[in-house]
Structures are given as C-alpha cells and as structure tokens.
Design a protein around this ligand. Structure first.
Ligand SMILES: Cc1cc2nc3c(=O)[nH]c(=O)nc-3n(C[C@H](O)[C@H](O)[C@H](O)COP(=O)(O)OP(=O)(O)OC[C@H]3O[C@@H](n4cnc5c(N)ncnc54)[C@H](O)[C@@H]3O)c2cc1C
Length: 376
C-alpha cells in the first residue's frame, strides 16, 4: 500500500510514545487517531520524573516544534546525582552544571505538552482496545471494550508493557525481573531535611538486595522507589498493610540503612504504588507485518535502571515518523522503522539489565560510583 492511499492510522495507547507519534504524524498531514483507554488526566497521575536524553528523547520534541515548551518545564538542576551506600556514606555527589544533556521533567507534564498540540479530533479517550479482525481488503477492524468498532489501514500498538497488539507480531511475553518497588512520596515543604539530603535530582541508595531510589519531582513531591529482590508473590503481602504497618515493616527490613536515607520511608504519606519490574527478552525481533507495528514499552519493555524506557518510546515515534517522511511504500516504512528500532533498543535493553544486576549486587554503590566518576 502507498502512503498516500492510507485513509486511517490507529494508534492504540496515549502514553508518551503514542502521543509523540500522533503529533509527528499530524505535522505530516497523515490521518490518524489515538485511542486511549484512560482519560485526559490519566498521564498526570502516573509516574515520576524522567530524564530526557539529548540524543534520543529530545529529538522528536525538536522535530515536533515543542522543544521550547519542554525547556520551560525541564529541570536542568534535576541532574544532581548522589550515590549512597546503605550505611549512609555518600560515595558520589554531583551538582548539576548549567545545562546538561539529560534534564528532568515530570511524566504528566511531558504528556501535557504534547497533547496540547494535538488537534482534539485525533484523540479518543475511554477507548479500551479489545481485539482486531483482519478484513479481506487488507484493512483491520478494531473492536473496543465499549463495543465501538473502527476500520483502519494501519495499527500502531503504543499500549505499554502488557500490549494487546504485541501478540500479533511475536509470542514473547514480559518476564518478571525479580525486582519489585514500593513507590512512596513525601512533601518537600513539610520535610526540608529530606529535600536537603535529596537535593534537586536523584539519590541512588544501593545495598545488596535492596535499593532506595529517591527523586525530586516538579510538583513538591519527593518520590522514592523502595526496591528489593523478592519473589513475585511477596509484593502482595505489602499491599495488604496499612500505611503505618507498611512503614514499620520497611523500616524494619531496612534497619541497617543510614538514618537520612530511611526518611524517604518514614516521611511518606498515603499515596503508595506497588510495582513489579518486568522486561521483554533482550534483542527481541519479529517479521514485519503489512499493517501492524508497535512502539515503546510494547516493543521493548526494559527495567528502569538505565533511564531509557521513555527515551526509547519517544525515539521510536521519531524513527517511525522519519520513515513515513522518507518512504512511500507502507511495507518499507514499517520495515525500516523496525530494523532501526531493533538495533538501538537491543543496546539499551542490555544496558538496563546490566545496571539492574549492578544495582542489586554487593558492591553496587562502589561500581556505580566508579562509572559516574569515569564519565566526569
Ligand atoms: C517505576 C518506574 C520508573 C521508571 N523510570 C523511568 C525513568 O527514569 N526514565 C525512563 O526513561 N523511563 C522510566 N520508566 C519507563 C517509562 O515509564 C516507560 O518506558 C514509558 O512510559 C513507555 O511509554 P509508552 O508510551 O510506550 O507506554 P506507557 O507509558 O505505558 O503508555 C501506554 C498507554 O497505553 C494505554 N493503554 C494500555 N492498554 C490499552 C488498551 N488496551 N487500549 C487503549 N489504551 C491502552 C495506557 O493507558 C497508557 O496510557 C519507568 C518505569 C517504571 C515502572
């Protein structure tokens, strides 16, 4: 099929990847709709601060003409980095210099900046994709949970870790990495001592099977991922505790940790999220299909320990949009995009897994300190 014959492109999922792709296609005048199961505010409630990399995540922002908006909210001072051993010793302490290459932005804010530019008729909220039925004429009928149906020429799955589009391309499924996180939040105005410890950016507290990963967000929150190696089932035990019981349990499990870093647990208020960390096989590929592809976590879910997930989701959108710009034939557009995407994401998926293994090793704090010192 030729690009100019495309009557409709369906993007399933309005997270950072799907939104970015929509905006880039809009700039090329291509006919698309983003179908998101949640509502317009869905993204504001999800996730913390993300560092957006100059060589990947920032490229589509520039291409879409929203880099200046991004800069308005980007926190360059958010690049402050501390590495702390579990006994409380600060091994590495870097203050961000003027304008680094990886400024931070809250996930909700990033999504808002993109959504503001997308014409509302391209966004459909409350559309939970259920299944698709390929038609004889090469089109695909999409069926949503509400019973609504849509006929489309191309389906792009941007529906995250547990994508329902991915099974049309590969039998691979996300696998639990053995790490789970309890996301806790404290109010920086109420706890200036914790803000002083965390500074403007990130704290990596690393100690064997446990980690405390703190980060300042742009909305007055100091977020921490209280992380441990644990069985798949164990996380459910924490879910059943009250806030006070949860704090007491964690403070007991992290008893050997330094007093300052344990404040992320002690000060947290009642907005807890429980996350199991999954990954797809590293180096996953598939045979290009005529009218289905995937981007972002749907294509290459990786653990967050290299800070690449959202950058790769944004970069996929960029690569696919560039391929649309360059080629006329849909099969070529998809093939070139997927090959470029496979190549780069394999590198970052491997890096994420390597970092996971370092973070949760006995000398993780020392190894990461050497790594950061070597980069200076
Ligand atoms: C604890 C944690 C910390 C992280 N930290 C970082 C970090 O520091 N840096 C970084 O780069 N990355 C980080 N990530 C990863 C990052 O959040 C993801 O890689 C990124 O959000 C992927 O974007 P996406 O658009 O592909 O998918 P998502 O953000 O998952 O968006 C998918 C969208 O699809 C929608 N959807 C799902 N199913 C359907 C359906 N059936 N029908 C319609 N819509 C559907 C969802 O509602 C959602 O809006 C972290 C992840 C976790 C879990």
């Amino acid at each position: 099929m030729k690009k100019q014959d495309l009557k409709h492109i369906a993007i399933i999922g309005g997270g950072p990847g799907g939104l970015m792709l929509g905006l880039l296609l809009q700039r090329q005048g291509l006919p698309f709709t983003i179908f998101e199961r949640g509502y317009k505010t869905t993204n504001s409630d999800r996730g913390g601060s993300l560092d957006i990399h100059e060589e990947s995540g920032q490229l589509p922002l520039k291409e879409a003409g929203i880099y200046d908006d991004f800069r308005k909210y980007a926190r360059y001072e958010g690049e402050d980095t501390r590495i702390v051993r579990k006994d409380g010793t600060i091994l590495y302490d870097e203050d961000a210099e003027d304008e680094g290459e990886r400024p931070e932005i809250d996930r909700g804010k990033l999504c808002d900046i993109i959504i503001e530019q997308i014409h509302p008729e391209h966004m459909k909220y409350g559309y939970q994709y259920e299944k698709m039925i390929p038609q004889k004429n090469g089109q695909v009928e999409l069926i949503f949970e509400s019973g609504a149906t849509v006929m489309t020429d191309l389906v792009v799955g941007a529906d995250g870790a547990f994508s329902k589009i991915r099974p049309y391309l590969t039998t691979a499924e996300p696998e639990y990495t053995g790490i789970s996180m309890i996301e806790m939040n404290s109010n920086e105005n109420e706890h200036p001592d914790l803000l002083k410890f965390n500074k403007n950016g990130k704290v990596m507290g690393l100690g064997g099977d446990q980690a405390i990963l703190g980060q300042r967000n742009g909305d007055g929150r100091i977020m921490a991922y209280i992380s441990s190696k644990m069985s798949y089932e164990r996380l459910d035990d924490y879910r059943n505790l009250s806030l006070d019981e949860l704090k007491a349990t964690l403070l007991n499990e992290f008893a050997e940790w330094g007093t300052e870093i344990k404040k992320y647990i002690a000060y947290s208020y009642d907005d807890i999220k429980f996350r199991r960390i999954y990954k797809l096989p590293i180096g996953l590929t598939w045979k290009t299909q005529p009218n289905i592809t995937i981007i972002g976590d749907a294509a290459h879910l990786m653990s967050p320990f290299a800070g690449e997930g959202v950058n790769m989701a944004l970069y996929d959108a960029y690569l696919l949009a560039e391929s649309f710009k360059t080629y006329d034939n849909l099969s070529e557009i998809l093939k070139v995009y997927e090959q470029q995407m496979f190549e780069i994401t394999e590198v970052h998926a491997k890096e994420s897994q390597d970092n996971l293994e370092i973070f949760f090793s006995e000398n993780g704090a020392e190894i990461m300190t050497e790594f950061f010192t070597g980069m200076e």
